[in-house]
Design a protein around this ligand. Structure first.
Ligand code: NAD
Length: 427
C-alpha cells in the first residue's frame, strides 16, 4: 500500500496555508498512531464543497454579488454540522480547514455528526439588517440541496446569530413546504431553540477549567484567571469561574483590558458593560493592553477572542500554568509545541469550546422529538459529556505522553477511522 506522502496529485483549490495547517495536524497524528494509509488519505480532503454567488438587492436599489461557501468535510458518523460565518476573510481554504476541525470535535465529543462549515465573504458591519436578511435567505436558497436535519445542520459563527438561524430555518421550511426546526441549531428558544444554548460554549470552558485544575491537583483555593475576549464565550466563562470561587484578575475586549490583582467583581463588570459598552473604563482596576494581559502572571489563561493570539513572538513571555482555549485556534503550532515543552498545560480548542456544538446536538435531538428539556437538564447533560471528554483526553495524554491537543485529535481521528473501516469504501 502506498504511503500518503508518496502520492502525487494536483493541488486542490482548498489548499491554502490555513487548510494545509489543519491537514498537517492530521498527518502528524496519523503518523503517530500508525493510521491505515487508505483511511488517512480519505480523511485529508473535504467530502463536498459548494461555492455560490449570492446576488442581493441593496438598500440603495443596486445589486451586489457576494461569494458564499458550504463545505462538508465528512458525513460518516451522521449529518454534517458546523457554523456559518460572515466575514471579509472567508475563503474556501479557511472554511475547509474549519470543517475538518468540526469533524474531529464532533467525534471527540461522541456526537453523531460529521464536520461542516460555511460562510459568506462580506463586511457584515456595513450591511443593514434587511440587507443581511436578504443575503442570508438567498445564500440558504443557493445551498439548499445540501441542507436538511439529516444532511447538514448550520449553526451561528462569527457575525451570525440566533436571528440568522431563524431566517435560514424559515427559508428552508418555506421551500420544503412545512416547518423544519431541526435544520439549524442556535435558533431562538421561541421557535425551537434550546435553553442553555447561548451560554453553552462559555459553560463548557468553565467545566474544562475546573477539570484541568482537578487533574493537575492545584493547591490554590482560588486559582487566578485571565480572560481575553469578553463576548459570548469569555464573559460566560469568567462569570461561572468567578461564581465557583476562582479569582478572575483580568479581562479584555477589542478596546483593551482591565486588571485587578485582588480579583474583579465580574457580575458588576457585566452590569457596567451592558451600560457603558467597554471593559477598559471599568473603575475597579487598572487599564492594560491586550498584549500585556496575555503576559500577566496567573494560574489560568483563557483566550476567548480570536485565532493566532499566542505565537512565537509572545509564547516565551507567558506566565500562566494552564491555557484553556475558548477561541478557535488561539495558539499557533510553533507556540503550542514550545509551551508544552515549557510545562504549560493546554486544554485544546476542540475540547474546550465544544460546549456549543454539544448543546446544538441537544437542540437537534429535542427538535426531532418535539420534547424540550429544562435548562438544568441541558446543563447537567453538558457537564456529563464535557467531563467524559476531558477525562478521556487527559488520560490519553498521561498514557501516551502526547500533548492534550494531539490526544484530543487522536481520539477523534480513531473514532472516525474505525467507523470508515467498518462501513468500507463504496462501491
Ligand atoms: P463574540 O463576538 O461574542 O466576542 C468576542 C470578544 O472578543 C469580544 O469581547 C470582542 O471585543 C473581543 N475581541 C475582538 N477582537 C479582539 C482583540 N483583537 N483582542 C482582544 N479581544 C478582542 O464572540 P464569541 O462567540 O465569544 O467567540 C469568541 C471565540 O470563541 C471565537 O474565536 C469563536 O470562533 C470561538 N467559539 C465560539 C463559540 C460560540 O458558541 N460562541 C463556539 C466555539 C468557538
Amino acid at each position: 500500500m502506498a504511503a500518503v506522502e508518496s502520492v502525487k496529485r494536483p493541488t486542490m483549490e482548498c489548499e491554502t496555508p490555513h487548510f494545509l495547517m489543519a491537514q498537517r495536524q492530521l498527518d502528524e497524528i496519523a503518523l503517530e498512531m500508525g493510521l491505515n494509509p487508505e483511511l488517512h488519505e480519505r480523511l485529508r480532503y473535504p467530502k463536498r464543497a459548494l461555492i455560490v454567488t449570492v446576488p442581493v438587492r441593496m438598500d440603495d436599489g443596486t445589486v451586489r454579488s457576494f461569494t458564499g461557501y458550504r463545505v462538508q468535510h465528512d458525513t460518516t458518523l451522521g449529518p454534517a454540522k458546523g457554523g456559518i460565518r460572515f466575514h471579509p476573510e472567508v475563503n474556501l481554504g479557511e472554511v475547509s480547514a474549519l470543517a475538518m476541525l468540526m469533524t474531529w470535535k464532533c467525534a471527540l465529543m461522541g456526537l453523531p455528526y460529521g464536520g461542516a462549515k460555511g460562510g459568506i465573504r462580506c463586511e457584515p458591519w456595513k450591511l443593514s439588517a434587511p440587507e443581511q436578511e436578504r443575503l442570508t435567505r438567498r445564500y440558504t436558497s443557493e445551498i439548499i440541496n445540501l441542507l436538511g436535519p439529516d444532511k447538514d445542520i448550520p449553526a451561528p459563527d462569527m457575525y451570525t446569530n440566533e436571528q440568522t438561524m431563524a431566517w435560514i430555518m424559515d427559508t428552508y421550511s418555506i421551500n420544503v413546504g412545512h416547518t423544519v426546526p431541526s435544520v439549524v441549531t442556535g435558533k431562538p428558544v421561541s421557535i425551537g431553540g434550546s435553553l442553555g444554548r447561548i451560554e453553552a460554549t462559555g459553560r463548557g470552558v468553565a467545566y474544562c477549567t475546573r477539570r484541568a485544575v482537578d487533574h493537575l491537583s492545584f493547591s490554590s483555593e482560588a486559582p487566578t484567571v485571565v480572560v481575553q475576549g469578553f463576548g459570548n464565550v469569555g464573559s460566560v466563562a469568567a462569570r461561572l469561574l468567578h461564581d465557583s470561587g476562582f479569582k478572575v484578575i483580568a479581562v479584555s475586549d477589542v478596546h483593551g483590558g482591565i486588571y485587578n490583582p485582588k480579583g474583579l467583581d465580574i457580575p458588576r463588570l457585566q452590569a457596567y458593560i451592558s451600560e457603558m459598552g467597554k471593559v477598559s473604563d471599568f473603575p475597579q482596576g487598572e487599564a492594560i493592553s491586550n498584549s500585556e494581559l496575555l503576559e500577566l502572571e496567573c494560574d489560568i489563561l483563557v483566550p476567548a477572542a480570536l485565532g493566532n493570539q499566542i505565537h512565537s513572538g509572545n509564547a516565551s513571555k507567558l506566565k500562566c500554568k494552564i491555557i484553556v482555549e475558548g477561541a478557535n485556534g488561539p495558539t499557533n503550532p510553533d507556540a503550542d509545541q514550545y509551551l508544552h515543552e515549557k510545562g504549560i498545560f493546554i486544554v485544546p480548542d476542540i475540547l474546550a469550546n465544544a460546549g456549543g456544538v454539544t448543546v446544538s446536538y441537544f437542540e437537534w435531538v429535542q427538535g426531532l422529538n418535539q420534547f424540550f428539556w429544562s435548562e438544568d437538564e441541558v446543563n447537567r447533560r453538558l457537564e456529563e459529556l464535557m467531563g467524559r471528554a476531558c477525562d478521556q483526553v487527559f488520560a490519553m495524554s498521561e498514557r501516551s505522553g502526547l500533548r492534550p491537543r494531539m490526544s484530543a485529535l487522536r481520539i477523534g481521528v480513531s473514532r472516525l477511522a474505525e467507523a470508515k473501516r467498518l462501513r468500507g469504501l463504496y462501491p
